[in-house]
Ligand binder design. Structure first.
Ligand SMILES: Nc1ncnc2c1ncn2[C@@H]1O[C@H](COP(=O)(O)OP(=O)(O)OP(=O)(O)O)[C@@H](O)[C@H]1O
Length: 988
């Protein structure tokens, strides 16, 4: 009764989420999905969706109905709700209670009318841009009158609503009308590029401007800044594709996203918005990806639907103090037209769909996103952040496509409301790492050695999924190959390596006095450290000559190579910035650890980011040390996603790492050990307090539910800090008070690095937990990193995590020895028959194993046969889920043979597996003989009447079976009706 109760308990939150925008779109999308899944009948739909009735009333009707329909419908309702409103706070199931229903796939029907229903969500999407064409076909074919057309096209309807009304009307016109619509969609031509569509020949002055713009963009984007912006490494030579994913799971998307998909229609969730967000962690490659897009556009190799592309860097926009008009912003910050400015600007205003703006690093902007100051007039002057926010919202220059990059933390809900979609950039894949290292080293022998050393140090390999770390590791290959195996474990280790590398390569100093490398360069570290530290406090990433002077940065310090000259095209003044922002954080951390000028409250404040954000204060740790005139102003009404928080957290992570026992010998002669000890104590206390705060926030479990902790923002960061310290004592102390049964970290950007940290802390838990990591990017490397904590896990949920057979081989080799380990869920990974031998062995050996869910992978009858071997010898398994594979009749027979005498099996799902009547006949033996079985799921197979007959016969001897699901098999409506009468436990 869990999910059903949740519908009642969260009624207010659900209603708010569905209706608070005032638009019926969310509710209608949920209805579309439920209709398409057959959960709502047509009559239900008409009872809910009464036009003219208040939106809230319609939404209430829906909730009443799903509640009365019971547990399964409620589960599907939540799944649909989450698909439509993935970010809705406080709504949803807090356990895996409805997981089986969530994982069911959409059904296929045979008639055109049914197709209109089952594919309704995607049809609405496809029709919304071409209602006129569809109506024309319906009128020509005699199905629609002009009155029908008028009703569909009522101006109060949005394009999506028009599409729905069209589908509703077509339904009432019968099968042949439905066929016309489907044919129309099928024949609808691919959208032509706006340029061709309008047969537009831009005026000469615009073409001249385009030429200038593209040649300037091409010149700016040829080289990567981390290589000092020199011709040493061109972007073409080093660019390696990162992993791109849509933030909102989109059923229509198959295969990886390409660069052009970022601006394309794929994955659009809000058609009325024009802004795409590319979000990713620090150093994940967002700026480089934009740079690649810019270069390709400038060369005419991509994005050719856009005539003009205007690239902006939020970092550089920060230094613009003047109020600007839109025209000034475009021309002064991107490219100056040599003549006919007014005409060119007018062309831009008149053709917004031919224009692309990119804004790199929204998180670096001094101001947080706000929609308070509305600006619609393109000639009105305003501060640049106001221009930017209005462009993003579309109140200024509606129709211009915008691509914005940001760290995930800095993109709050207020901003996300204006997005047409969000794309996640998840760093390099394992093959991406391989490819990058080979590109970086022209000497294949060196590349092979670097890769070999990464393979022997999987913690480091995990770190290399982050491009910036992959770059450092490649850059410092000599140190890497020279240091002992496994000595590089943490992000701090890697940054210390590049620090040493730069000092040793760029310095002419000979170590005459026997000083260690750090001691020799301590002054440089402190100068650059102060610059970095002050900069982070003031959201300043470009430094003037005066800034450098204030911090004592000398010519010699600059020559070390950590700073590069800034390409500030707005002010034309010479500026400097750190090679990468993470490098600035690292220097800030070095300053906090080594300087005797920092406030004693610096460390506690550094670790208090959440609290500060909530309080909306500006008393950030860094600012305490700044002169009052330098202190940045935070505008009122903005989001409380303080822009400094991500960098502050990265700095804190480095501080933890630098104060680790392993590195303390480095500081021995740079800082009094008593001071160092005090700082260590401060960090340990902050980490422990931070964890306690999380644990205290865990709600008491509701009746019948396990005590579950959902990771709060900041939890993953805290465990990463603990990992950086590499001190068991700290990890043990921090985890000793965590008492939960289930730890849920779904959609938390967990990659291999986070897995390393998780395993490091979780192994100190006192009692076994369920670890739920669904919908992250764990991958095989991440799985390997999790092994050290497997002994404390009783269940592991890894749905949708890019795991292959190799990851499973390593995981099961470990878990087979773990007494506690009893459940695994691997829905939607890349598993094939090659992994089933390992599961088979696990089932044979572990006689307390309870649940195996392998849905939506690539298992065939061979895999099923292997599993059957293990199942024959197993006496504990209760749940077996194989939906969405291809085991066929032969596989079903093998499983039936193995399971028919089971005394433990409760639930078996072979949904969508190509099982026919032969398979069903074999499965009827399980019903006949296995007295524990309660549910058998055979939806979406090819079972015919003869198969169902055998199931019915078997059920006559079995009173334990509660339901056998047979939706969408090869049965006629009459057969379904008749069989329903004969056996009420069959569900069609
Ligand atoms: N696709 C790529 N191919 C090759 N190298 C890359 C790629 N992406 C990133 N890098 C390397 O990693 C460095 C950091 O990447 P980048 O600055 O693009 O990350 P970011 O996500 O913008 O970081 P931040 O959020 O901290 O600004 C680059 O300077 C480059 O050396």
């Amino acid at each position: 009764m869990f999910v059903q109760k949740l519908v009642l308990r969260q009624r207010t939150e659900i209603l708010n989420a569905l209706c608070s925008s005032g638009s019926a779109e969310h509710l209608e999308q949920v209805l579309d999905i439920l209709l398409s899944q057959g959960e709502l009948t047509w009559e239900d739909y008409q009872n809910i969706q009464v036009s003219g009735r208040a939106l809230h009333c319609n939404a209430r009707k829906l909730l009443d109905l799903v509640y009365t329909k019971g547990e399964d419908t409620c589960g599907l309702f939540f799944a649909a709700f989450k698909r439509v409103l993935p970010d809705a706070k406080g709504v949803g199931t807090s356990s895996s209670g409805c997981s089986s229903t969530l994982e069911e796939k959409e059904e296929h029907q045979s008639t055109c009318t049914e197709t209109l229903l089952t594919q309704r969500p995607s049809l609405v999407e496809k029709l919304r841009g071409c209602i006129d064409g569809a109506l024309e076909d319906l009128v020509t074919s005699g199905h629609f009158t002009s009155a029908d057309c008028c009703e569909v096209q009522l101006p109060i309807h949005t394009p999506c609503q028009q599409a729905r009304r069209l589908l509703d009307h077509v339904r009432s016109k019968g099968e042949s009308a439905a066929k016309v619509v489907l044919q129309f969609i099928q024949h609808k031509q691919e959208p032509v590029s706006p340029l061709n569509q309008e047969k537009l020949t831009p005026p000469k002055e615009v073409l001249t401007y385009q030429k200038k713009l593209s040649s300037s963009i091409s010149a700016q984007s040829c080289f990567l800044s981390t290589y000092g912006g020199t011709s040493h490494m061109s972007l073409d030579d080093i660019y390696t594709d990162g992993q791109l994913e849509l933030a909102h799971n989109c059923v229509d998307v198959h295969g990886p996203l390409g660069l052009e998909d970022i601006v394309g229609a794929v994955g659009t969730v809000n058609k009325e918005a024009d802004t795409v967000l590319v979000s990713g962690e620090a150093g994940g490659g967002k700026s480089t990806l934009l740079q690649r897009l810019h270069l390709l556009w400038a060369r005419g190799a991509a994005l050719q639907d856009f005539l003009l592309l205007f690239p902006f860097s939020c970092r550089r926009l920060n230094s613009e103090q003047r109020e600007l008009s839109l025209q000034e912003l475009l021309f002064q910050h991107c490219c100056w037209p040599d003549r006919q400015q007014e005409e060119i600007f007018q062309f831009i205003l008149d053709h917004p769909h031919l224009i692309l703006f990119t804004f790199d690093g929204l998180d670096e902007l001094k101001q947080s996103f706000s929609d308070e100051h509305r600006l619609c007039c393109p000639t009105q002057r305003a501060p640049v952040h106001i221009l930017l926010f209005n462009l993003i919202q579309g109140s200024l220059m509606k129709g211009v496509r915008k691509v914005v990059t940001s760290r995930p933390e800095a993109a709050g809900p207020l901003f996300k409301r204006h997005l047409c979609k969000e794309v996640l950039l998840k760093g390099f894949s394992p093959s991406g790492i391989d490819c990058f290292v080979r590109k970086h080293h022209s000497d294949a022998h060196v590349a092979a050695k670097v890769l070999e050393s990464l393979r022997t140090n999987t913690a480091l390999l995990g770190l290399c999924h982050s491009p910036v770390l992959c770059w450092i590791v490649s850059q410092c290959h000599k140190e890497l190959l020279g240091c002992g195996e496994g000595s590089l474990q943490t992000i701090t280790d890697v940054y210390l390596m590049i620090l040493q590398n730069f000092f040793q390569h760029k310095s002419s100093l000979k170590n005459t006095a026997g000083l260690c490398w750090l001691e020799q360069h301590l002054q440089t570290v402190l100068h650059l450290g102060k610059l970095a530290f002050d900069g982070i406090g003031a959201t300043c990433y470009i430094f003037s000559g005066t800034d450098l002077e204030t911090c004592g940065v000398t010519e010699k310090d600059i020559c070390m190579g950590f700073l590069m000259q800034s390409k500030d095209i707005s002010t034309h003044a010479e500026g400097y910035e750190f090679l990468h922002l993470t490098m600035q954080c690292f220097f800030a951390a070095l300053y906090i650890v080594l300087s005797d000028n920092t406030d004693r409250s610096t460390i506690p404040k550094l670790f208090e980011t959440r609290k500060m954000k909530e309080a909306g204060q500006s008393s950030r740790c860094f600012i305490a040390c700044l002169p009052s005139t330098d202190q940045p102003q935070r505008p009122s009404g903005g989001e409380t996603t303080a822009a400094e928080t991500p960098n502050q957290q990265i700095t804190a992570t480095f501080v933890s790492g630098l104060l680790s026992q392993r590195h303390r010998s480095l500081w021995l002669h740079c800082c009094p050990s008593a001071v160092m000890e005090k700082r260590v104590r401060q960090v340990v206390k902050c980490l422990s307090k931070g964890m306690q705060k999380h644990f205290k926030s865990i709600p008491q479990p509701v009746e019948g539910e396990k005590k579950s902790m959902h990771a709060m923002p900041g939890f993953v960061w805290l465990i990463k800090c603990i990992y950086e310290m590499q001190e068991d004592r700290v990890a043990k102390e921090a985890m000793s008070k965590l008492e939960v049964d289930h730890l849920k970290l779904t959609y938390c950007n967990i990659g291999p690095v986070e897995c390393t940290a998780l395993a490091y802390v979780l192994q100190h838990l006192r009692n076994p937990v369920g670890l739920q990591l669904d919908n992250n990017s764990v991958g095989d490397v991440g799985v390997e990193q999790l092994l050290p904590c497997m002994h404390i896990c009783n269940s592991l949920y890894l749905r949708n995590n890019n795991i292959t057979d190799e990851g499973i081989r390593k995981l099961l080799a470990k878990t087979i020895q773990c007494e506690n380990f009893k459940k695994i869920a691997l829905f939607n990974n890349n598993l094939t028959d090659a992994c089933t031998q390992h599961f088979s062995r696990l089932l044979q050996i572990k006689q307390n194993f309870v649940s195996l869910r392998l849905g939506n992978n690539n298992l065939t009858e061979e895999g099923a046969k292997q599993l059957a071997e293990g199942l024959k010898c197993n006496h504990s398994l209760q749940y077996l889920g194989l939906w969405g594979n291809k085991i066929g009749d032969v596989g079903a027979e093998a499983l039936a043979d193995a399971l028919e005498n089971s005394k433990t099996l409760v639930w078996l799902s072979l949904v969508d597996n190509g099982v026919g009547s032969a398979g069903a006949c074999a499965l009827s033996n399980i019903i006949k003989n296995c007295t524990s079985l309660e549910e058998l799921w055979l939806t979406e197979n090819h079972i015919t009447r003869s198969g169902v007959e055998r199931l019915i016969q078997a059920m006559q001897h079995n009173t334990h079976v509660k339901s056998v699901w047979l939706r969408n098999n090869d049965l006629s409506l009459e057969e379904v009706e008749e069989m329903k009468q004969r056996e009420s436990r069959l569900t069609f």
